[in-house]
Write a protein that binds this ligand. Structure first.
Ligand SMILES: [Zn+2]
Ligand SMILES: [Zn+2]
Length: 247
């Protein structure tokens, strides 16, 4: 197997809940790609094909990727599509609102020549990392299976439940696994994901965050789309503070 030679990679084996999580960090915004399977099983899903498709494909050569699941369709979470979908031969699963979000992302990039990185845009523009590369093959927005709220995905012995968690984007989904939540850009250590640019809404994301933090055991792991993981118990006491500060 070709080893993964990109940025950070790590993994978590949770025998008690029957979940193995691998994380690979790629792209201009250091986006987390999560790979999930049951211990001892080769059947897996890949969540958020961020960037560097060949590296990600090499990293999962030992697994059978049954589906590529999108937590939302901001550009930094889907640049490795469509090449990765071809390389691992897997269908793309996303919330139906993904079509509109991806259309916004593409329109913005084509109109200006660079991707929208929210509040990080001005700082990152001089680095060239946000430049729309005309040579790159981009995803055509085609969803092979639409994920609505409550949809279940069976991956070997593992059942993954989709929870619609809009606010950061209308197409936001959180993947609920036994003992773990993959929250995309909806919930991070220290607060909700960014709102305040087109298609996002603070009150909506706080409703989603409330739902996640009050609906799961305090020991439940939270694994976001960027940076480190946390737990429900670590974040729950701060919800009212986040609501008061408004971000
Ligand atoms: Zn995002
Ligand atoms: Zn992101």
């Amino acid at each position: 197997m070709t080893p993964y030679d990109g940025k950070l990679a790590d993994s978590l084996v949770d025998e008690k809940n029957g979940v193995v999580l691998r994380r690979y960090v790629t792209g201009a915004l250091d986006t987390n790609t999560w790979v999930v399977h049951a211990p001892g099983s080769r059947d897996a899903i890949l969540v958020d094909p961020a960037d560097e498709a060949e590296r990600l494909a090499a990293a999962v050569q030992d697994l059978r990727i049954q589906a590529i699941v999108l937590t939302h369709t901001h550009w930094d979470h889907v640049l490795a599509l469509p090449l990765l979908a071809d390389l691992v031969d897997a269908p793309v699963l996303a919330h139906p609102a993904a079509t509109a979000v991806w259309a916004y992302e593409l329109n913005h990039a084509e109109a200006r020549g660079y991707w929208d990185a929210g509040t990080a845009t001005d700082a990152l523009l001089p680095t060239g990392l946000l430049r729309l590369d005309p040579a790159r093959r981009l995803w055509d927005g085609r969803i092979d299976r639409e994920l609505s709220d409550g949809a279940e995905l069976v991956i070997g012995d593992l059942v993954v439940r989709m929870i619609h968690t809009p606010g950061h984007t209308p197409d936001g989904v959180t993947l609920a696994l036994p003992g773990h939540l993959l929250t995309g850009d909806t919930l991070f250590p220290g607060g909700p994901g960014l709102t305040g640019w087109p298609l996002s809404d603070f009150d909506t994301i706080m409703t989603s965050v409330d739902h996640l933090l009050t609906g799961y055991d305090v020991a439940t792991g939270i694994h976001p789309g960027h940076g480190d993981s946390t737990t429900v118990g670590a974040e729950l006491p701060s919800v009212e503070l986040w609501r008061r500060r408004g971000w």
